[in-house]
Design a binder for this molecule. Structure first.
Ligand code: PMP
Length: 438
């Protein structure tokens, strides 16, 4: 077959350069910068597709960095939000929609006895940490290398530590994630490598840890599964030590199934945070969990606020999204994602490219240059990142957009035809990698 010419992104590149005159860095999140060959500018989106200003139609595996579990502009969500818009935008008071949204979350999510809505995952994580400290009267929060819990000062530690700057593997030094972040912001935060139960048990046994916060299966640095028994072990150690276990389900919530990672693994945390897929692209997040902890906002003097919390349009989107999350929908995503993962493995193997494809059909990761799936952040840091960027760049030139860092997200609109077209692009891209000696 003749190879079509690679797509051009010249108009996006021009607009990003122009943007930089008014928008710092040309984009509105650092996680959208430094994307090869250029950050993109879009006209519209529909189902599994994005349409950019160069006239390209791209199959989308970013899905807004995870939220679009139903694909782009699903009719049910569009209709619900349009109907809500007829009623108002922001009441500064309560509505029926937040009651229904809360009931749905509490029905789906094992740990959710109570909930508070917020607007971003970063905020929800702050609320969870504050609640955990208030509930325990303790200071220390344990987090793990490579786990991301938002961009705020107290948690942006060791999200992407260069291994040589991060100290010994079993006793990492917190590594600052940003200039302008005070070293003192790490006060009360301790960092451990993930997936090593003995280290968590030993630290918790000291009896002074307020909370353990983790992505129950790693998604940000790459899709890394918990080792057998790890989540159960951490759960037991937290219970024994009176430590609050927080699962950050901002990515996994409503994606690894309606019950999120906790439903998938059958391990129930004390608190969990949600965002992204909860409202299919509307700015909704939540902290949910044990009633006695959440109710501290009512009886325990814990403050949680937010002008936009439970805003009407966002709640309409939440209700419409959660109602659409049927077992059939997840079964469809599982089928499509499994085909894609298997198909990718087969094509890498046929091309002689050493790659590991790991994770779950709804969210998986591709790494080059590793012999086995990574167990933690430092393992993954040894993968060939340049090869991965070459891979996503080759895919983009063939009409498939996947995150340069992190995971591939699937939606219910990624049907067989979309997966087939993706695999054709993967086959070409694998040949490109092979030709470069990867
Ligand atoms: N936690 C996790 C696990 C995340 O993936 C993210 C966002 N990528 C956040 C928290 C922060 O969410 P937000 O970007 O909505 O503030």
């Amino acid at each position: 077959a003749e190879t079509p010419a690679p797509l051009s992104f010249a108009e996006s590149a021009r607009r990003i350069r122009d943007n930089a005159a008014v928008i710092a860095g040309g984009v509105n999140s650092n996680f959208r910068m430094n994307i090869a060959p250029t950050p993109l500018v879009f006209e519209r989106a529909d189902g599994p597709y994005l349409f950019d200003v160069d006239g390209n139609r791209l199959i989308d595996y970013y899905l807004g960095m995870g939220p679009m579990i139903l694909g782009h502009r699903p009719q049910g969500v569009v209709d619900a939000v349009s109907a809500a818009m007829e009623r108002g935008i922001l009441f500064g008071g309560q509505s029926d929609l937040e009651t229904e949204a809360a009931r749905l979350v509490c029905e789906f999510v094992p740990c959710a006895e109570r909930i508070r809505f917020a607007s971003s995952g970063s905020e929800a994580d702050q609320a969870a940490i504050r609640l955990a400290r208030a509930a325990t009267g303790r200071r220390v929060v344990l987090k793990f290398e490579g786990h991301y819990h938002g961009w705020f000062d107290n948690v942006l530690w060791s999200t992407a530590p260069p291994p040589d700057a991060a100290g010994p593997a079993d006793h990492p030094v917190p590594v600052s994630g940003s200039r302008g972040q005070l070293g003192e912001a790490a006060y009360g935060i301790e960092v451990l490598p993930w997936n090593d139960l003995a280290l968590v048990e030993a630290r918790l046994a000291q009896g002074d840890v307020a909370a353990v916060i983790m992505e129950a299966t790693m998604c940000n640095a790459g899709a890394i599964r918990p080792a057998d028994g790890y989540l159960e072990g951490v759960r037991a150690a937290c219970s024994a030590a009176g430590t609050v276990l927080i699962f950050d389900e901002v990515i996994t919530g409503f994606r690894l199934g309606a019950g999120g990672a906790q439903g998938h693994f059958g391990v129930t945390p004390d608190l969990a945070t949600f965002g992204k897929a909860i409202a299919n692209g509307f700015p909704v997040a939540a902290v949910a969990g044990r009633a006695d902890i959440l109710d501290l906002v009512a009886t325990g003097g814990v403050v949680h606020g937010g002008t936009y919390n439970a805003q009407l349009l966002s709640m309409a989107a939440t209700v419409a999204t959660l109602r659409a999350l049927t077992p059939d929908l997840y079964a469809g995503i599982e089928r499509a994602g499994a085909r894609l993962m298997e198909g990718m493995r087969a094509r890498f193997e046929a091309a002689g490219v050493r790659a590991v494809v790991t994770g779950y059909p709804a969210i998986f990761h591709v790494a080059f240059g590793l012999d086995a799936p990574a167990r933690n952040y430092r393992d993954l840091a040894r993968s060939d990142k340049k090869a991965y960027v070459a891979f996503t760049t080759a895919l983009l030139e063939r009409g498939v957009r996947a995150l340069e860092r992190g995971a591939w997200f699937l939606s219910s609109t990624h049907d067989d035809a979309v997966i087939d077209a993706t695999l054709d692009a993967v086959e070409d891209a694998a040949r490109v990698l092979r030709a470069r000696g990867i």
